[in-house]
Structures are given as C-alpha cells and as structure tokens.
Design a protein around this ligand. Sequence first.
Ligand SMILES: Nc1ncnc2c1ncn2[C@@H]1O[C@H](COP(=O)(O)OP(=O)(O)OP(=O)(O)O)[C@@H](O)[C@H]1O
Ligand SMILES: [Mg+2]
Length: 290
Amino acid sequence: MGRAHVITIASEKGGVGKTTLAVNLAIYLKALREELPVTIFSFDNHFSVDRMFRIGGAAPGGDVSHLFTTQPPGDLARLGEYGVHFIPSVGALDPVLLGVRGVENLAQGLAGSGLEGFIVIDTRPVLDIFTQNALFAADQVIIPVKDLPSLEPAADVYAFFDYYRLPRQRLRVLPSLIDLRIRYPGPLRNPFELLRAYAIKCGYRCFDGFISKSPKVESLNTNPQGKIYPLLIHGRGTEVHLQYASLARQVIRRAFPPDSGPASEKASPGPEEGADRTGPPSFRPPDSAG
Ligand SMILES: Nc1ncnc2c1ncn2[C@@H]1O[C@H](COP(=O)(O)OP(=O)(O)OP(=O)(O)O)[C@@H](O)[C@H]1O
Ligand SMILES: [Mg+2]
C-alpha cells in the first residue's frame, strides 16, 4: 500500500455541517473498506473528533499541532472507536509559533508519514493557513453548501486551486442540511435543485444527491450524555443514513477510479486536469502566516 488518500472538508461558512460530515464519513469509509486504515483529524478547536473517537481518557502524545513539527504524522495517530484512527485536536493553533508559512507543509508531512488508506481532514470556517494546507494536501475536497450565502465562498476554494494550479476535478460541492419541505414554484422546486443549479452555473461540480437536514443527526450530536453518536450505528433506517452511505461510496469510487491503480497513487496535476478553469484566479496568498 502506498501513501494515503486525503479528503478535506472545507467551507468558509460556519455551521454547514463540516465536522458532522467529517466524523461520520470517516466511519462510513472504514465500514465500507474495512481493510484500509482511516485517520481523521481536525483543525477546529471544538474537540468533536476527540469526543467521537477517543477511547478512555486523554493519553500523552502529540496532537494536530505536531503535524507541522518534526514529529512524523504516522506516530501521532492513535486507534479510536469504530476502528478509526485519530490525531487529537488542540485548543489553539498558532501559525507563527508553529512556523507554518507555506501551504505545502502538511502535504509534505503526510507524504512522509507512513499513514495509509484514507485521511479525513475537518477544517475551520476560514481560509487560514491551516485550511490552505489541508486544501493543498487534498486528493478530494468536499465543500458542503446549505444555502446560497454558503455557496458564495466556494469561489475562494476554486481560486485557491487555480492559483496553485491544482486540478479542479478534486473539488465537489455537496448540498447539505437540505429541507425538502421547502418548495418553490417554478422549475427549481426545492433547495437541493436550487443549490445544485447555482453550483453548476458557477462551474462547480456536485456530488450526486445531498444530505438532508435531519433531527436524528442533531440528536446524535447534541444530547444529555455530551457525546457524539455515529449515524452509521444509531441512524439505521433513516434517509440520511442512506445519503451518507451513498456519499461514502462516491468518495471511494473517486479514490479508486475504475481501471486505475490503487487510491494511494496520487496523479500529479496534468495540464488538461488543471485546464478547466473559468474566471480569473482571485485568490491571494497571505504575505505571512495567518
Ligand atoms: N444532516 C444534519 N441534519 C441536521 N443537523 C445537522 C446535520 N449536520 C449537522 N447538523 C447540525 O448543524 C450544526 C452545525 O454542524 P457542524 O458543527 O458539523 O458544522 P460545521 O460546518 O463544522 O460548523 P463550524 O464551521 O462552526 O465548525 C450542528 O448543530 C449539527 O448538529
Ligand atoms: Mg466544525
């Protein structure tokens, strides 16, 4: 097995379901491809990853901040619940203290990490240097979009990819938190059709289907136990379970395209891959970290 296939969940809009998606997707990927290791970590400071996956109390060892130091990322991952490995979260990440200046630091660290299978990265709702590193390292980026305001900043992710000449094929919009009880007159009958149509109009590619706004998911995330329960185990029989399973299958199909080698063989961005740009790149890299 070669190096890991990296899936980054990114949106500059808060509350679109990034973290929920990341933690649950990791479990579906593991369930569907048991033989492959799955490792998850988050640059967010909410500790959702730790609450979902940690077995027992906090143990000594590294956390995500060490991804940018000399410690090999492979040593940072620890086995968690549901057979998923995780790298512990940290309260605050300071790019200056960590000496993170470039966008390629994480990709370099992961490439030499010994991590295999899938890596799922949850990001903060800001295109800071950590999200940029997560985007640069990604083989696939999932951009959850719940309404038109959250579709707008997707342009920044596309601009980032254009600026660094990364292939846009790695990017996919995912309509999320969709409530099909909302109906519109006219050809775009509901929020899913509306968001999908707008995304396509902007030149973005979408996953097939969407993730519903589901009280089941909310109850699994917020409950008197203060735990996060996985949809795969506690949401069987729900529509959103089927949607997550379908999403995970699409992610796996993209990692293992038919007639290609293993997921781990990352195709370098060929000229034609990067060529389907629309609009001028508007992304400007920060002068310094931050
Ligand atoms: N499919 C869903 N159905 C209903 N509620 C959901 C769903 N997915 C996520 N939520 C809820 O929406 C809220 C935001 O979800 P989440 O924290 O995953 O978003 P986020 O994009 O990571 O937010 P942030 O940008 O602040 O990190 C949470 O209360 C979560 O429980
Ligand atoms: Mg989050």
